[in-house]
Design a protein around this ligand. Structure first.
Ligand code: FAD
Ligand code: NDP
Length: 426
C-alpha cells in the first residue's frame, strides 16, 4: 500500500520551502506534490536558529520564520500547503529510495512513488565521535542543525546564565553561537585548530577584526588546538574539557560546530556523486533524469568559475531549488543555472557579505579600525571575490554586481586606493 505523486520533495528544509513556492507559482495542481520530512514542522528559514531564535528577549519562534520570509516573500504555514493541495508528510524519515522503480520507503513502512523526485536532504552535523572524542550525548553538549537542536540549546543556555561555555569550532556555527551565548550573559571560550577564525573564508586581517571585536565582548580564544576529551560527572554532565595542549577548561555547557556532511546516503551506488554531494547538471538534474538535487546536498556547475561546487549556504539552497522547479515545470524556457556564490553572517551589531570566490591575491580596503571595510580577491588579472562588512544595501549590490562582471585588474595598488569606489564604478 502506498501513495503516488507526480512530484516528491525529499527533505523539508529551506530548499523544500522555496521549491514548494516555485511549484505553486508555476501552477502545480492539487494533489500532485508532496514533501516528506523527518522534521515535525513545515519548512523554515534555518539561519534563524543561530540568530533570532537564541535571543534572550523576544526570540524568534515559529510560525514567524517559516519559508520564505527570508527573501521577503510569502510565509508558507501548514495552512498554505493545505490550501494549495500540497501534502506535507512530516515527522517521517525516508529510509530507502529505489531510483529505478521511482519509489521511496518511509520508516513507517509506506511506499511512496513519484514521477519526479527532488532531493533536498541537506546535511547533518559532524559529531565529535568522528574525531575520536566521546561525550556528544552528555546533557550539556549541544549541536545546532535543526529546530529540536535549537530548542535544546536554549534550554541548556537558560540553565547556565552567568556560567562558562566552550564553543568547539571556529566556523559559522562557532562564531554565531558564541555571539548568542555572550548576549545571553554566558562566558565563552572558543577552541579551534586553525590560526584564526573562519579560516576557510577570512584572511588573517579580516579574522583579526572579528576576533578583537569578540574579545571586546569578553570572548576568549584558544587557537591551534583541539579537544581531546571531556570530564563527565555522575549526572552525565560535562564539567571540563581537556585540550591537546594540556589545558583543562571548566564548563557549564559546550557547543559544537565542526562542520557537516551532506545527506547522500540514500543514493550511494544509485546516483553519481562528486565533491561529497549528488552531481547535477545546470538544470539541477542528477545522473538519473527523474531525480533532481538542490541545496546543501547538490554539487552543481558554477558557470562563472567553470567548475563543480557544493555550497552550504541558504541563498544557494533557495535559488537552486527554484531553478530545479523551473526546469521541471517549464523545460523549454529554462536555461543553465548561473549562480554567483553568496555567503553572509550577522553577529552582535556586525554584518558582512561575501560574493564569488576567495582565491588569488587579496586587497583589503576601508577602515579596519572602524566598522566598514572589505577585501577583493583578484585571480588571473580579474576580480573574482568581494567581501564587505558594514555596507549599505547599495554597496552590497555593487560588490555583487562587480564580482559577477569580473572586471580586469592591472594595478592592485590602484584597487586598494579606490576601495569600495572600485566596485561602485565597475
Ligand atoms: P536543510 O535546510 O538542512 O533541510 C534538509 C531537510 O531534509 C531537513 O528537514 C531534514 O530533516 C530532511 N531530511 C534529511 N534526510 C531525510 C530523510 N532521510 N528523510 C526525511 N527527511 C530528511 N546559511 C547562510 O547562507 N546564512 C546563514 O546565516 C546561515 N545560518 C545557518 C544557521 C544554522 C544554525 C544552520 C544549521 C545553517 C545555516 N546556514 C546559513 C546554512 C543554510 O541553512 C543551509 O545551507 C540550508 O538550510 C540548506 O538547505 P537544504 O534545504 O539543502 O537543507
Ligand atoms: P564550518 O565548516 O563553517 O566550520 C567548522 C569549524 O570547525 C572549522 O573551523 C573547522 O576547522 C573546525 N573543526 C573541524 N574539526 C574540528 C575538531 N575536531 N575540533 C575543533 N574544531 C574543528 O561548519 P559549522 O559547523 O560552523 O557550520 C555547519 C554548517 O552550517 C555549514 O554548512 C555552514 O555553512 C552552515 N552555517 C552557515 C552560517 C552562515 O552562512 N552564516 C551560519 C551557521 C551555520 P577546519 O577548517 O580546519 O576543518
Amino acid at each position: 500500500m502506498g501513495r503516488a505523486f507526480v512530484y516528491v520533495i525529499l527533505g523539508g528544509g529551506v530548499a523544500a520551502g522555496y521549491a514548494a513556492l516555485e511549484f505553486v507559482k508555476k501552477g502545480v495542481s492539487h494533489g500532485e506534490l508532496c514533501i516528506i520530512s523527518e522534521e515535525t514542522v513545515a519548512p523554515y528559514e534555518r539561519p534563524a536558529l543561530s540568530k533570532g531564535f537564541l535571543l534572550p528577549e523576544a526570540p524568534a519562534r515559529l510560525p514567524s520564520f517559516h519559508c520564505c520570509v527570508g527573501s521577503n516573500e510569502e510565509r508558507l504555514t501548514p495552512k498554505w500547503y493545505k490550501e494549495h493541495g500540497i501534502e506535507l508528510i512530516l515527522g517521517t524519515r525516508v529510509k530507502s529510495v529505489d531510483v529505478k522503480r521511482k519509489t521511496l520507503l518511509t520508516a513507517t513502512g509506506e511506499t511512496i512513488s513519484y514521477r519526479i523526485l527532488i532531493v533536498a536532504t541537506g546535511a547533518r552535523a559532524l559529531k565529535l565521535e568522528e574525531f575520536g572524542v566521546n561525550g556528544s550525548d552528555a546533557e550539556n553538549v549541544c549541536y545546532l542543525r535543526d529546530l529540536s537542536d535549537a530548542t535544546r540549546l536554549v534550554t541548556v543556555m537558560q540553565s547556565c546564565k552567568g556560567g562558562n561555555a566552550v564553543v568547539i569550532g571556529g566556523g559559522y556555527i562557532g562564531m554565531e553561537c558564541a555571539a548568542s551565548l555572550v548576549i545571553n550573559k554566558i562566558n565563552v571560550t572558543m577552541v579551534f585548530p586553525e590560526a584564526h577564525c573562519m579560516a576557510r573564508l577570512f584572511t588573517p586581517k579580516i579574522a583579526s577584526y572579528y576576533e578583537e571585536f569578540y574579545k571586546s565582548k569578553g570572548v576568549t580564544f584558544t587557537k591551534g588546538t583541539v579537544l581531546t576529551s571531556f570530564d563527565i560527572n555522575s549526572e552525565g554532565k560535562v564539567i571540563a574539557v581537556n585540550l591537546r595542549d594540556g589545558s583543562k577548561l571548566p564548563v557549564d555547557m559546550v557547543v559544537v560546530g565542526i562542520g557537516i556532511r551532506p545527506n547522500t546516503g540514500l543514493f550511494e551506488g544509485q546516483l553519481t556523486l562528486e565533491k561529497g554531494g549528488i552531481k547535477v547538471n545546470g538544470k539541477m538534474q542528477s545522473s538519473n533524469a527523474s531525480v533532481y538535487a538542490v541545496g546543501d546536498v547538490a554539487s552543481f556547475p558554477v558557470k562563472i568559475f567553470g567548475d563543480t561546487r557544493r555550497l552550504e549556504h541558504v541563498d544557494s539552497a533557495r535559488k537552486s531549488a527554484r531553478h530545479a522547479v523551473a526546469a521541471i515545470m517549464e523545460p523549454e524556457k529554462s536555461s543553465e543555472f548561473d549562480y554567483l556564490p553568496f555567503f553572509y553572517s550577522r553577529v552582535f551589531t556586525l554584518s558582512w557579505q561575501f560574493y564569488g570566490d576567495n582565491v588569488g591575491e587579496v586587497v583589503h580596503f576601508g577602515e579596519f579600525s572602524g566598522n566598514s571595510f572589505g577585501a577583493y580577491w583578484i585571480s588571473k588579472g580579474h576580480l573574482v571575490g568581494s567581501f564587505l562588512e558594514g555596507g549599505t544595501k547599495e554597496e552590497y549590490e555593487a560588490i555583487a554586481k562587480a564580482t559577477r562582471f569580473r572586471p580586469a585588474v592591472e594595478d592592485l595598488g590602484e584597487v586598494e586606493k579606490l576601495g569600495l569606489e572600485f566596485a561602485l564604478a565597475a
